[in-house]
Design a protein around this ligand. Sequence first.
Ligand SMILES: *[C@@H]1O[C@H](CO)[C@@H](O)[C@H](O)[C@H]1NC(C)=O
Ligand SMILES: *[C@@H]1O[C@H](CO)[C@@H](O)[C@H](O)[C@H]1NC(C)=O
Ligand SMILES: *[C@@H]1O[C@H](CO)[C@@H](O)[C@H](O)[C@H]1NC(C)=O
Ligand SMILES: *[C@@H]1O[C@H](CO)[C@@H](O)[C@H](O)[C@H]1NC(C)=O
Ligand SMILES: *[C@@H]1O[C@H](CO)[C@@H](O)[C@H](O)[C@H]1NC(C)=O
Length: 400
Amino acid sequence: MDKITLSCTFFLSIVFFSCITEAVTYNVIDFGAKPDGETDATYAFLKAWASACNSGSGSGSGSDSNLGLTIYIPKGTYMINAAKFRGPCKDQIDVRIDGTLVAEPPVDYSDDAGNSGYWILFINVDRLRVIGGTLDGKGTNFWECKSSGQNCPTRARSITFNWANDIVIDGLTSINSQLMHLVINSCSNVKVQNVKIIAPALSPNTDGIHVQSSTRVTITESNIQTGDDCISIGPGTTNLWMDSIHCGPGHGVSIGSLGRNFNEAGVENVTLRNSVFNGSDNGLRIKTWARPSNGFVRNIHYQNITMNNVGNPIIIDQNYCPNNQSCPAQSSGIEIEKVWYENIQGTSTTEVAMIFDCSPSNPCRGIKLQDVKLTYMNRTKALSVCNNIGDDAILPDTCL
Ligand SMILES: *[C@@H]1O[C@H](CO)[C@@H](O)[C@H](O)[C@H]1NC(C)=O
Ligand SMILES: *[C@@H]1O[C@H](CO)[C@@H](O)[C@H](O)[C@H]1NC(C)=O
Ligand SMILES: *[C@@H]1O[C@H](CO)[C@@H](O)[C@H](O)[C@H]1NC(C)=O
Ligand SMILES: *[C@@H]1O[C@H](CO)[C@@H](O)[C@H](O)[C@H]1NC(C)=O
Ligand SMILES: *[C@@H]1O[C@H](CO)[C@@H](O)[C@H](O)[C@H]1NC(C)=O
């Protein structure tokens, strides 16, 4: 443990005494971690976490908003197995990462009872900042196993936050996750910024960022290139703000799939602005199962979006039913209401650039398009399909 003592600050001729506050740093090297990419550093990381988590004022506010407890991971490569960083902690914690964490050799994450499918898991932690760092999920062998149709061992999402509040994730890079890269589940007040996510276009189920059962999440200035949704938005997501996202390759920014279960929390107040889709399979997608459900999607705002060679730039698909199985009514119960597309420009790689395939039993309401200009192969005006979109829709003039 290093103690860094900061001295008083002098400002012009006036002296401000913000004096002597101690910032405490827990360097994982001091806990036995070896940055050699070979030695299992999991235990050292967990010990550093336990020390940081159990110290502090316990006042709940920290001694100073910019000082407090820091767990520091210096440059180098650290081999980490499934690791659960549990709260609540006594004080706010910064995890500053200059190094790379690798998931190697691959372990079977199912043996971590009750938590199969996680690599790095923060659970029940409030007031946490994760700054910098690279996570390498080493997913390649697993994707190959999956696509060969073999029985593959359980693999993990790279980094997950469960029941966490007041979280900042800033400057994180995640590459080649085995499953999803970053998952925010049952959280509130989460800021994700300057994040970079990279996996090959054909890597299965490697969603970039998945949000569900969470409120007040913002995702800004992030670049996502992956094999599944760039951002996927699950049930119970409210007040999600996304700005300056680059997506592609990937399956787009998707609300859904929703409505697989009858009782399901709705998705409300989602905004995506100032973003670019480049070569993605979809752009702005809302996808629901053709099954009975009491869920809903409402107040969705897409604004100022550029599409470069995107498969389905705009799509609402309420007829999702893979293999036509388990969809008794063949109609989605999810009510979609107030979806506003404003200033969406660019190119589609499919002739039908806009698909509104809403539920026959629950037609979409309040679909509004304004300044939507999409072209097919930069030649013709793209076409649209509009099923069950309600009388109040402001439609594209190309609706078939
Ligand atoms: C969604 O936004 C509206 C308008 O800002 C607000 O009244 C409503 O409470 C929000 N919904 C949720 C679930 O926070
Ligand atoms: C629209 O989004 C682009 C990024 O895709 C950004 O550069 C531009 O400033 C935005 N325009 C407005 C009016 O916000
Ligand atoms: C868009 O995708 C193409 C093809 O993958 C790539 O060559 C190009 O660099 C990408 N452009 C941007 C701005 O990312
Ligand atoms: C799925 O089932 C519906 C209703 O039974 C039928 O109309 C449709 O053609 C089927 N689709 C496929 C791909 O089998
Ligand atoms: C798009 O237009 C440019 C310039 O007119 C042309 O060179 C290019 O071949 C066109 N691309 C397609 C896919 O039509």
